[in-house]
Design a protein around this ligand. Structure first.
Ligand code: 5GP
Length: 205
């Protein structure tokens, strides 16, 4: 059986990548990795669903036990991808989505060279700022930090294989799904299939 693929989805805070990821899970059944974070839960967030909410001490001990595939600091908090879930899902042949920021994505790319890296963008900078303000979950100071971080992250877009603009949500979800499907159809993924086909055809002669 083929192993699953790691799908890394990054994008500026406010680009709507969380909603895109939710759509991919609901509409196409992808497996989603739940990260650990030291950030406080936002209203409506549930431990174990949006994140595993950890103290800094617990987070650091998970780092020490090699419990993360990658971890990074983002604005004032730590975020990390728990190793076990991802490894088990890939082994079982399921594609796993990681919704993570750029530093973490680069670490994943090194460890899993065939991971699919996708960057989600708004159509322009003004739209990003508008969305962050409308969300109403962050302070003005935090929004400024997130925009500064977006400016930094924009320099790493060239490290990604695909850039998808999230202007219309449904279209964006379908585009990302098509990218993943096309990855699975690449020849290197289909070698065993091609060999079997050749053998099967020869038997027919
Ligand atoms: P937020 O605080 O808005 O939920 O997330 C802030 C940023 O952290 C987002 O860009 C999100 O994608 C990223 N993030 C969430 N989980 C992880 C993780 O496990 N690792 C890394 N490197 N970034 C993460």
């Amino acid at each position: 059986m083929n192993k699953g693929k790691l799908i890394v989805i990054s994008g500026f805070s406010g680009a709507g990548k969380g909603t895109v990821v939710k759509g991919l899970v609901e509409k196409y059944g992808y497996s989603l990795s739940v990260s650990a974070t030291t950030r406080a839960p936002r209203e409506g967030e549930v431990d174990g669903r949006e994140y595993y909410f950890k103290t800094e001490k617990d987070f650091r001990s998970l780092i020490d036990y090699n419990g993360f595939i990658e971890w990074a600091q983002y604005v004032d908090n730590f975020y990390g991808t728990p190793r076990k879930f991802v490894e088990d899902e890939l082994e079982a042949g399921r594609d796993v989505i990681l919704e993570i920021e750029v530093q973490g994505a680069m670490k994943v790319k090194k460890q899993y060279p065939d991971a699919v890296l996708i960057f989600i963008c708004t159509k322009d900078a003004e739209t990003l700022s508008e969305r962050l303000h409308k969300r109403g979950t962050e302070t003005e100071e935090n929004i400024k930090k997130r925009i500064a971080r977006a400016a930094e992250e924009s320099e790493s877009i060239s490290e990604y294989e695909y850039v998808v603009i999230n202007d219309e949500l449904d279209k964006c979800i379908d585009t990302v799904n098509s990218i993943i499907i096309s990855k699975h159809c690449r020849l290197e993924e289909r070698i065993a299939f091609a060999d079997e086909m050749v053998a099967g055809l020869k038997e027919l002669l």
